[in-house]
Design a protein around this ligand. Structure first.
Ligand code: SF4
Length: 317
């Protein structure tokens, strides 16, 4: 019997014991779907002085693999060409990833999102933002867009612990996050918008107990998708200074894999896992360097889950 034959997890047709985005997208759209990261030219209230100026201490622009600039259509064309060189995709998801992609005038947002929905081959739209940037006007626009194309809104939850949120200077506490989430949840019920959450392991001062508590809190909210990130130290960020002073040690790969496995057991099996690990730009990454080898991280997680007889949702109640 192979790992695949012994896999008890329902939302998988491989050895994966968690609900991968690839599995979900194949079932939803009938084949391989590629995400194309885009920069909509947004700022962030945590950078422009609205609630802060320096941004979160780990932020290098809010866009992981994104270096492209230019018109959305041109960025998309380049991103699509890069994706096509790797896979034969059946469709694409334009992903407004950089900074806070609902932070703008609703009329301008409508115009930009519509341009994204009309990009050739686009089968859905994903938008990354903050929970405190979901005004009534923004939600109205999101509802309109959701009538045109499947829509995923991704929120940075990071951690549920307010002292950590203050230390990383995110600019709003967990209660404010929950308030924004509730507004989006109402929209989810009326318009079918999907909600994604990002949680961030390895934040300064956070131990395993705290990170597991954050995963349980994420599970309680019943998101459609979760990304489980590992904090990376990037050049030009405040984390670089903290790391240089020897005041921060990044997570070891073995610890991150074991922790992620435990977190997965708390998440509902239906929740799609959009990412594990990190997606840091090579030229900006200082530590931990093991995140560069995504395949090795994924394989280590598969092995850990198998050897410890764990799977997503095993401890979900
Ligand atoms: S909220 Fe996002 S974009 Fe804004 S500073 Fe923090 S990480 Fe960067």
């Amino acid at each position: 019997m192979t790992q695949r034959d012994k896999n008890p997890f329902s939302f998988s047709d491989t050895n994966k014991r968690y609900h991968t985005a690839a599995y979900h997208l194949k079932r939803t759209f009938g084949g391989k779907i590629a995400r194309i990261p885009l920069d909509g030219g947004f700022s962030c209230p945590n950078k422009d002085g609205t609630c802060g100026v320096g941004g979160c201490i780990f932020c290098a622009g809010g866009s992981a693999s994104l270096t492209a600039r230019g018109e959305i259509e041109e960025q998309y064309r380049r991103g699509r060409a890069a994706a096509d060189a790797k896979w034969q995709a059946r469709g694409y998801i334009p992903y407004l990833q950089a900074n806070t992609s609902t932070y703008g005038d609703p009329a301008d947002l409508r115009n930009l999102y519509r341009r994204c929905t009309r990009l050739p081959g686009a089968v859905a739209l994903a938008i990354g933002t903050r929970a405190d940037c979901l005004s009534d006007g923004v939600l109205e626009v999101l509802a309109e867009i959701a009538e045109e194309i499947p829509l995923l809104i991704e929120l940075g939850m990071q951690t549920m612990h307010d002292d950590t949120l203050a230390a990383i200077r995110r600019g709003y506490d967990h209660e404010a996050f929950l308030s924004g989430y509730a507004r989006l949840d109402t929209l989810r019920r009326s318009s079918g918008v999907r909600i994604g959450l990002h949680i961030l392991n390895g934040l300064p001062g956070e131990d395993e107990e705290r990170m597991l508590a954050t995963a349980k809190e994420a599970a309680r909210l019943l998101p459609d998708e979760v990304k489980i990130h590992t904090l990376c130290v990037l050049r030009g960020t405040e984390m670089e200074e903290i790391h240089r002073r020897g005041e921060y040690g990044p997570m070891e790969m073995g610890d991150a894999v074991a922790l992620t496995a435990r977190q997965l057991t708390y998440l509902p099996p239906e929740t799609v896992i959009g990412r594990i690990g990190a997606d840091a730009p090579r030229d900006q990454l200082i530590a931990p360097t093991w995140v560069r080898n995504k395949r090795a991280v994924e394989n280590a997680l598969d092995r850990y889950l198998y050897e410890n007889d764990l799977w997503q949702g095993k401890d979900w109640e």
